[in-house]
Structures are given as C-alpha cells and as structure tokens.
Design a protein around this ligand. Structure first.
Ligand SMILES: N[C@@H](CCC(=O)N[C@@H](CS)C(=O)NCC(=O)O)C(=O)O
Length: 226
C-alpha cells in the first residue's frame, strides 16, 4: 500500500462501525479524502506505522500526521475544519454531556457478543448491552436535538453515533440468531437510530447487510470453534 500526497487519508475496513462514524463525519463536513481498505488479518505497514500502539482502524492521516481512535478523530475533524457544520456543541457543558454519552454509546460490547466463547458469556454481554440501552432510552429526550435532519449537514455527533449502531445491531442479531434489541423496549432510542435512514450520506456508507452477517458469522465461528 503506497502513501499518497492527499491532504486527508482514511485507513478503514468496510464492516467497521467505528470507521463508518468517521466517513459519515467527513461527508457531513464536506472534507475530501482518500480511503484505504485494510485487510485486518494482514495489516498494511502504513497502518502499523500510523497506529503502532493499538493497530486498529480507523486512522485518519491529515497532512501526513496520523490520528487514531474514532472519537478522537471526530473531535479533531470538528476542530480543524471550522468552516463547515459543527458536530460538537460550542457550549462547554453541552460538549461535556455529549462526550459522556458518546462513551456510553459503546460498540465494543456488540463485537464482544459475537466473540463470546460460550452461551453464558453471550447472555451476560447481551444483558449489559440491554442495560446500556435502557440508560440511553431514559435520556433520549434530553439528548436528541430533534427533527433537524433535513439533510446530512444538520447531523450532530450523537446522531452519527446512533446511526452507526443500527446496522451492526441488525447484523449481530442475525449472525447469532438472537433478537436482543426489541424496538418496543427502546422506542425512543430505536427511532433515533433510524431517524436519518433516508439520507444519502447514511445509505451510501451503510455496510451490505448480507455481507456483514456473513462476516460476523465467520468471526463467531473462529471464537466458538464451531
Ligand atoms: N476504540 C477504537 C475501536 C476501533 C476498532 O476496534 N477497530 C477494529 C475494526 S472493527 C479493528 O481495527 N480491529 C482490528 C484488530 O482487532 O486487530 C475506535 O473507536 O476507533
């Protein structure tokens, strides 16, 4: 994989919701970038050079300088490209609140369900996900900026995070054949996750569901040795 002279490069992987957070944010901000698809079983020398500590995607490279970790990238992008729609609130208190919830909207446990070595572990992680969703559900009214989604430009950071949750929830549920996020149990959070479905920014960046399920099933087989 060759380094390019593009101002902004993104190292990603098609199925990754963490990467999708970044691609949606770059589109909202109107930032042109070059995309590098990584084979995570055989990571490129560039990825290892840019993210030697965690060796994960996404990594954004701006003018040759690497920035790892999706939430850090989102903040960096918002602070660097200021003449475009703002993703994080200006007000420090609102910003702190958003950052707190950004960490609660956690993708890690969704991946952990797929990798759970046995049913007991799987059940435990599913319960934790549901508890997290309950907390989110109880706070949606306070957090959702509400109904401003005329176009992608009006999306804010928590919208981006919520949007990227749904395809991965659907993919994981199908891959493990358990429906654990029942829309009726989380009606507000669920409609928030679906609120921007019609936007081209959202549609174009969505992973193909069948491919995602296949990918997650394979991952599960590796960890279950079935
Ligand atoms: N906390 C990281 C998580 C990123 C992450 O887990 N990336 C996965 C892609 S789905 C990865 O690179 N996995 C490769 C590996 O585990 O070796 C973020 O927010 O960017």
């Amino acid at each position: 994989m060759a380094e390019t002279k593009k101002e902004v490069n993104l190292h990603g992987m098609w199925a990754s919701p963490w990467v999708r957070r970044v691609t949606i944010a770059l589109k909202i901000k109107g930032i042109p970038y070059e995309y590098f698809e990584e084979d995570l079983k055989n990571k490129s020398q560039l990825l290892l050079k840019y993210n030697p500590v965690k060796k994960l995607v996404p990594v954004l490279v701006h003018q040759g300088r690497p920035i790892p970790e999706s939430l850090i990238i989102l903040e960096y992008v918002d602070e660097t490209w200021t003449n475009s729609p703002k993703l994080f609130p200006f007000d420090p208190y609102q910003r702190a609140k958003v950052q707190f919830w950004a960490n609660i909207i956690d993708l890690q446990k969704l991946r952990d369900v797929v990798k759970a070595p046995n049913d007991d572990e799987e059940d435990k992680i599913i319960k934790e996900i549901q508890e997290n969703m309950n907390k989110l559900e109880a706070n949606v009214k306070d957090l959702y900026s509400g109904g401003t989604h005329v176009n992608g430009e009006s999306m804010e950071i928590l919208d981006v995070l919520m949007i990227t949750l749904l395809p991965i929830i659907n993919g994981v549920e199908e891959a493990i054949s358990i429906k654990f996020i029942i829309p009726e149990n989380f009606p507000l959070a669920f409609s928030w996750m679906k609120s921007s479905d019609g936007l081209s920014i959202v549609q174009e960046s969505a992973p193909n569901h069948e491919n995602l399920v296949k990918f997650l099933r394979k991952l599960r087989q590796i960890f279950r040795r079935v």
